[in-house]
Design a protein around this ligand. Structure first.
Ligand code: ASP
Ligand code: CP
Length: 301
């Protein structure tokens, strides 16, 4: 279900709104915006750990002149006093909160919040479901590099099944006409992902020479009990290392949503590769999130 005032996943955005976000991101990076959220209150509720998303949302809100409250989950009455999610949303609405930024390990938690809250909810990552602002900043990084994405090939490598970033990025890239090649072991990448512009491959060495961009994923160990593949096998088949870097085109780029685990999905040679764009992705995070806040609060009616 699409809740117009909120951003739960990229499907919530029309093509015009996607274009608006990317245009505003560029503007905000060239020239810091004025206080577009002056007098508005934003609450950041991160029930799961975060370094990049939390910090960049907080900075984005401050730069837009908002009043910012960071709620510590264990201090919420929701945690210990039996208050429901819905009643928490009603309470925050009564306090005049304009935007809730929510991260939670349960898929659908931000959506439920959005249904009960009389303001804007932004999904900052919910379980294996979606992480729309990360996908937006990743796609913005690709557009900055290549311009038009139609006809470009993006390989996404690793634990696709448990990656909310991959799920949102696949949705976004499909809409923009890119070809998406998913690479990973069966346990992290069922063949059912294939369809439309998305193909599933098992042999990373065969995929690398044709990729314009490679997006590496962390194994989301917190999302399953039994690790379905040994570290040795994973490294042998899927780690990007010096030998595999040599298979890439000279102008190919490598991305990672972070946090990356050195020695698992990549080795140190990747961090020295000319096309390693991780820092660029992180840098875009603040402006992309300012653009999303501006869209929801000021532009969408
Ligand atoms: N930080 C991203 C997320 O929260 C990706 C990851 O944790 O691997 O989904
Ligand atoms: N990419 C990302 O969501 O990072 P954090 O988990 O540190 O926010």
């Amino acid at each position: 279900m699409r809740i117009r005032r909120s951003l739960i996943d990229l499907d919530d955005l029309t093509a015009e709104e996607l274009a608006y976000i990317f245009e505003r991101t560029g503007q905000f990076e060239r020239e810091p915006p004025g206080p577009l959220l002056a007098g508005k209150a934003c609450v950041n509720m991160f029930f799961e750990e975060s370094t990049r998303t939390f910090t960049s949302f907080h900075l984005a809100e401050l730069q837009l002149g908002a009043n910012v409250v960071d709620l510590v989950p264990k201090n919420l009455s929701l945690a210990t006093k039996g208050e429901s999610l819905e009643d928490t949303a009603i309470t925050l609405g009564a306090l005049g909160i304009c935007v809730l930024v929510v991260r939670h390990s349960e898929p659908g938690f931000p959506q439920r919040m959005a249904l009960a809250f009389d303001g804007h909810v932004i999904n900052a990552g919910d379980g294996v479901h979606a992480h729309p602002t990360q996908a937006l900043l990743d796609i913005y990084t690709l557009i900055e590099e290549f311009g038009e994405l139609r006809g470009r090939t993006v390989a996404i490598v690793g634990d696709v099944l448990h990656s909310r970033v991959a799920h949102s990025t696949i949705r976004g890239l499909s809409r923009l006409g890119a070809s998406i090649v998913l690479v990973g072991p069966e346990a992290f990448l069922p063949s059912t992902y294939a369809g439309g512009q998305v193909s599933v491959e098992r042999d990373l060495d065969a995929v690398l020479p044709n990729a314009d961009a490679v997006v590496l994923l962390r194994i989301q160990r917190e999302r399953f009990v039994e690790i379905p593949i040994s570290d040795r096998e994973y490294i042998d088949r899927f780690r990007l290392d010096r030998r595999r870097l040599a298979l890439l085109r000279k102008e190919a780029i490598i991305m990672h949503p972070g946090p990356y685990n050195r020695g698992v999905e990549l080795d140190d040679s990747v961090l020295e590769f000319a096309g390693w764009r991780y820092a660029r992705q992180v840098q875009h995070g603040v402006a992309v999130r300012m653009a999303v806040l501006d869209l929801l609060v000021n532009a969408r009616q």
